[in-house]
Design a protein around this ligand. Structure first.
Ligand code: G3P
Ligand code: MG
Length: 239
């Protein structure tokens, strides 16, 4: 699996409201080839792009995503909290985001982000919709239960194990999850682990890297890709 070097975090990084179609459009306009976003289930089981289990940080509403229907979510303003220029930017469904990625030619990392207790169901639904998408993508999750359910639903979709610090037993855990790549926090990365993951032939992608010099150090250590809130720092098309 070939990873783009630079992956815009939560669609367009910090330049646009997170997990929105505006973010995907900006990432593409910047020449960024890869994007990451978070997918969670609404009350009616529709997968939407959302990071937090609750609405108040990114929209004017409150309450839990898992208790809110997708029609109501689609009508919420997910843009103004970031900047009034984005007023009215909706909470997109996963399907809308996947379609736009395919249209824009964006490689996508769909992070399965289950509400508590919804791990397996979220993995299943996200994988079902991702399997129907035409663009290139990889699924990931901090939740082993979500990742396993995704694997059972869509075994041919590539999956990445997502962790903070790389655990000592990463080989066994990746094998158990059927993961083809490892995503880990840059802040706790140990050089020897990066080398071992690379030597084992797995892509290693690190979050969240907002300086070019930090990314350069990680690439020199064998890291394949970085998630960034600042995709504008890499404007060269070859990135
Ligand atoms: O998937 C990488 C990164 O997005 C994980 O952290 O909290 O931003 O979803 P978070
Ligand atoms: Mg994420």
């Amino acid at each position: 699996m070939i990873y783009p070097r630079i992956i815009a975090h939560r669609c367009g990084g910090a330049l646009t409201p997170e997990n929105t179609l505006a973010g995907l459009r900006l990432a593409a306009r910047l020449g960024c080839r890869g994007v990451e976003f978070d997918a969670m289930l609404a009350a009616d089981g529709v997968a939407v792009l959302m990071h937090d289990e609750t609405l108040q940080r990114t929209t004017p509403a409150s309450g839990r995503v898992a208790d809110t229907g997708s029609v109501r979510l689609a009508g919420l303003d997910a843009g103004s909290r970031h900047h009034p220029a984005f007023a009215g930017e909706p909470v997109p469904t996963l399907d809308e985001a996947l379609r736009l990625c395919a249209t824009l030619g964006l490689w996508a990392n769909v992070e399965i982000k289950p509400s508590a207790g919804m791990e397996a169901e979220t993995g299943r639904v996200v994988a079902r919709h991702a399997a129907a998408a035409t663009g290139e993508l990889v699924l990931s999750s901090f939740s082993a239960a979500a990742l396993n359910a995704a694997g059972a639903e869509a075994p041919r979709l590539p999956r990445a194990m997502l962790v903070e610090a790389i655990p000592q037993d990463w080989r066994q855990r990746m094998a158990a999850a059927g993961a083809l790549a490892l995503h880990a926090a840059a802040s706790s990365l140990v050089a020897a682990d990066a080398t071992a993951v690379r030597d084992a032939g797995y892509p290693l992608a690190c979050y969240t890297v907002n300086r070019r010099d930090d990314a350069g150090r990680l690439f020199a250590m064998g890291v394949s890709a970085v998630f960034t809130d600042r995709p504008d720092l890499w404007l060269a098309p070859e990135m």
